[in-house]
Unconditional design. Structure first.
Ligand code: 9MG
Length: 272
């Protein structure tokens, strides 16, 4: 019999990107105002964390330089911090951006390279904030070209175990660690589905578990629909992840996800 394993601390992370294609407008000031408005709406809709990124990690995307990433994210973090005390996550791999973001008011680092860049491990330890370590095979530019695994769940878990050990060795507290299998980051549809089926196994790693599938290619491939028509598929994926013990779901559609997860939370309140 299937028994759900619902987190007692299930949270929604709302995604706000500050890449130029995210907000079409005339200039930097307008885009900050638009991003703050988008984040404010997410907070009103039930977000528990806001994730802010200044470098796209979509398949095929190219890296941006540090000054550009700082210019896109730091004024936004400062502006959001002025209007809300919501936990803010900075989606970056760059140690300089991590430092500046935390100084501007961020509470968490979301590293899709699992702190493998430069002295990111040491910087994260020094900053003493929550850190998400995500699995990715390859880099965003090339990762979807021919991803291969012999045993995707085992290999992703081994990688995350190794990164947890590296983080602990660097002095990052275990209570600050979050792991994420990295749906869509160097994975075929089958790899993603195998990871989703096995999500409850990731709790054996002994830290918080985050899952992000919102609007991703895995949903688009199953439904044969473009990104703007993946809401119901994304909600289904969020509910499955929550039933399999995800503690944090990273999503674009906060209001709809909050309703979907309210049903999951109701289920957690009754025992079998
Ligand atoms: C930045 N980003 C895009 N997708 C993501 C995912 O699935 N997890 C995390 N932690 N970050 C992501």
């Amino acid at each position: 019999m299937f028994e759900p394993n619902i987190s007692s601390n299930l949270r929604i992370m709302g995604v706000v990107n500050t890449t130029p294609d995210s907000f079409s407008d005339g200039g930097r000031f307008d885009s900050i105002a638009a991003a703050v408005a988008a984040a404010g709406q997410m907070i009103a809709d039930g977000a528990d964390i806001i994730d802010i990124g200044g470098e796209s990690t979509r398949p095929g995307s190219r890296p941006v330089d540090v000054d550009e990433e700082l210019a896109r994210t730091i004024p936004f973090i400062e502006a959001l911090r002025r209007i809300s005390d919501i936990p803010i996550s900075i989606d970056t791999n760059k140690p300089e951006v991590m430092r500046a973001a935390v100084a501007a008011g961020a509470d968490m680092i979301n590293s899709v390279s699992a702190l493998r860049d430069g002295d990111a491990l040491q910087v994260a330890a020094e900053l003493d904030v929550a850190v998400c370590l995500m699995h990715m095979q390859g880099t965003p530019e090339t990762m979807q070209q021919d991803p291969r695994y012999d045993n995707v769940v085992g290999e992703v878990m081994d990688f995350l175990r190794e990164r947890i050990d590296a983080a602990l060795q660097a002095g990052i507290a275990r209570h600050n660690l979050i792991v994420d299998p990295g749906f869509g980051f160097g994975k075929t549809l089958e790899h993603n589905l195998l990871l989703l089926r096995s999500l409850n196994r990731f709790h054996a790693l002994g830290v918080t578990v985050l899952a992000g599938m919102s609007r991703k290619g895995m949903i688009g491939t199953i439904l044969d629909k473009p990104a703007d028509q993946r809401l119901y598929g994304s909600l289904s994926a969020a509910v499955i992840a929550a039933m399999l013990g995800a503690d944090i779901v990273r999503v674009h559609d906060v209001a709809e996800t909050a309703d979907a997860l309210a049903i999951v939370k109701a289920l957690a309140r009754v025992s079998s």
